[in-house]
Design a protein around this ligand. Structure first.
Ligand code: NAG
Ligand code: NAG
Ligand code: NAG
Ligand code: NAG
Ligand code: NAG
Length: 561
């Protein structure tokens, strides 16, 4: 019994001690950190390998630890937080007195500065942009400079990455041909400018090879940068004196003499129909950025699989030609892509509607004189990156009977009747299975006698959108679906849906009669690979309908007389 009381007393005492001391680590310090050759965990009030915090004064922490003979001792840690991904600290020896002032006073000016980098971490934009050439000295091996051939730093589409291309200089020790992807993790200034980052090469299995610290300074087109020998920032004496020192010269990028069409700035952000690419337009209208839309909730790890946010950057170099009437503009652009390659690329921009833009990307070339050809181009259809559906096209509104040209199914299509912005498809197949699917209308436009309608399945924005093409024919309204609005080329590569809607449709009934108790599921578009086989069957059905309609009309005329 007494044992219990003592135990409870000591527990309460310990809790009071911990709470009373108010020694807790800031919220954004807690978690896992890498320190050269060690992994450190910071919790509410303790730090692994160092001990439990007893007292705190600003950035000074007194921690309780044990010495070699298991005797209690106290050490002082003085932290500096330079960046949310990076902490540095100095540490005292372990002393047998518990006064923060005294123990912290024992830290010498020349105590080692330790660096902690957060893992995992979200990359940080690098402190310099563009591509560079450089010469370097690997002081660990030689004092000779490697300047022939010159090495390179290549810009990547994503501004938190670049690529080092180290060259081997014959006769200079410690120089090798190496291509190394690099990601910036933290930048800070402390009199000098610093960069901390990680080489993301798959063969670098040990963190100690991957993390490096840099000191840098840039002036005009030139710069100096020194690199540490390990994952600490120790040994960087100046921008020209480190384990490896580089002398850099910026590669001049071609000058931009044009701006992209103003309507691209109507929307803050655009996305393509696949739901995987987002387009951002810089305020000056000179730069387009294609970014990955990462699946909802994805965290960008520095040491996870390679995930770039920016995939491609296009800078406007000059405008090639413009046709104001049909809103087609051609551009010559300078690209930087996800493989950190740069060059020229032709780009055609077509405005289909305020909210619909088509982009065609031609081949890339080295040559500013290249002529643009869009035969083999990649097409993107861009719509505003928003969640709103819009009313379905009023010209198509109504309830239609339809046959599916690709199967033995048929049924009813309700465009915009039940809901302004929805298409409800009721399908009955030969096996008597019934299903209802719902798709939402996004954007639509007309081109000659065709109506294009971009739709999506209800749900998250990441779902791919579909493009429906409505074509008026003698038999009725043909509806085809694909991913690229290719209905205008008459060569539909991959049809997901191929319906014939019988016209004229019934007008929308009064809303009160609309039944809403049906079992609905949105399995969406059917996967049809047998489209062609069924065309003749559909045609036969259509002619039957025509005969019936004619008999009906003739009979009516006869009765009226
Ligand atoms: C410098 O030399 C060391 C020892 O050979 C080597 O491990 C390191 O990769 C070299 N650094 C560069 C940037 O070439
Ligand atoms: C980047 O451009 C180069 C050269 O045009 C090309 O070979 C490479 O496939 C491109 N990389 C990506 C990811 O698009
Ligand atoms: C582009 O230039 C590089 C060297 O500058 C060359 O190796 C490459 O073959 C060129 N590519 C084209 C498509 O001309
Ligand atoms: C978009 O709307 C759907 C429901 O209509 C919702 O579940 C989803 O979270 C929304 N997405 C965004 C990005 O707002
Ligand atoms: C359609 O079905 C075929 C075979 O069942 C499959 O290989 C293909 O990936 C499917 N396509 C789509 C878009 O679901």
């Amino acid at each position: 019994m007494e044992g219990y009381l003592i135990w409870i007393f000591f527990s309460v005492y310990t809790i009071c001690l911990v709470l009373g001391s108010e020694c807790i680590f800031p919220l954004d310090w807690r978690g896992t950190w890498y320190q050269s050759r060690a992994v450190i965990d910071i919790s509410v009030n303790s730090i692994s390998r160092k001990g439990t915090c007893i007292h705190r004064d600003g950035n000074r922490f007194l921690v309780l630890n044990k010495d070699h003979s298991n005797r209690k001792c106290f050490s002082c840690l003085v932290f500096t937080r330079w960046h949310h991904n990076l902490l540095q600290y100095k540490e005292s020896n372990c002393w047998y007195e518990d006064s923060l002032e005294t123990v912290c006073g024992h830290i010498n000016g020349d105590a080692l500065l330790h660096t902690l980098v957060k893992v995992p971490n979200i990359p940080e934009p690098c402190p310099f942009h563009g591509s560079y050439t450089f010469t370097y000295t690997n002081s660990t091996m030689s004092s000779q400079q490697c300047n022939h051939p010159v090495s390179e730093i290549r810009a990547c589409a994503d501004e938190s990455r670049f690529k080092f291309i180290f060259k081997h200089c014959p006769g200079v020790q410690g120089t090798y041909n190496q291509v190394l992807d690099f990601k910036c993790v933290a930048t800070w200034e402390n009199g000098e400018k610093f960069l901390y980052g990680v080489f993301s090469e798959p063969w670098m299995t040990q963190d100690e090879y991957r993390y490096r610290c840099f000191m840098h300074s840039f002036y005009g087109r030139n710069g100096d940068m020194s690199m540490s020998a390990d994952a600490t920032c120790q040994g960087l004496q100046s921008t020209t004196l480190g384990a490896v020192s580089m002398s850099l010269t910026r590669v001049i990028r071609p000058r931009s003499t044009c701006t992209f069409p103003r309507y691209l700035a109507n929307q803050n952000k655009w996305r393509d129909l696949s739901g995987r690419i987002r387009l951002e337009v810089d305020a000056g209208l000179q730069v387009l950025r294609f970014k990955d839309i990462l699946p909802h909730g994805t965290f960008v790890h520095s040491d996870g699989p390679e995930v770039s946010v920016s995939k491609l950057v296009l800078r406007c170099i000059h405008s090639v030609g413009q046709s104001i009437i049909d809103f087609v503009t051609d551009f010559f652009t300078y690209y930087t892509n996800d493989s950190c390659e740069s060059g020229y690329q032709c780009l055609r921009v077509i405005k289909r509607d305020e909210n619909v833009i088509e982009l065609y990307m031609g081949d890339s070339t080295n040559n500013t004189e290249a002529s643009c050809n869009y035969e083999q181009s990649t097409k993107y259809i861009l719509i505003p990156d928003r969640n709103d559906s819009v009313p379905c096209p009023t010209s198509q509104k109504g309830i239609y009977m339809y046959t599916d040209k690709a199967s033995d199914c048929s049924g009813k299509v309700d465009i915009g009747c039940t809901n302004d912005d929805e298409i409800v498809i009721e399908t009955t197949c030969a096996t008597m299975t019934k299903s209802v699917s719902i798709i939402q209308c996004l954007q639509n436009w007309r081109l000659e006698e065709k109506t294009f309608l971009i739709t999506k399945q209800p749900g998250h924005l990441d779902n791919p959108s579909m493009c429906l093409t409505f074509i008026e024919t003698d038999f009725g309204l043909e509806v085809q679906a694909d991913n690229y609005c290719e209905g205008d080329r008459w060569i539909v590569k991959k049809k997901f849906l191929n319906y014939l809607l019988y016209t004229p449709p019934d007008n929308c009934p009064d809303r009160t009669y609309v039944q809403s108790d049906q079992h609905t599921h949105s399995d969406g578009f059917q996967n049809d690979s047998k489209v062609e086989e069924h065309t003749s069957i559909a045609a036969a059905r259509t002619s039957n309908v025509f005969i019936l309609a004619c008999v009906f009309i003739v009979c009516s005329l006869f009765l009226i007389r």
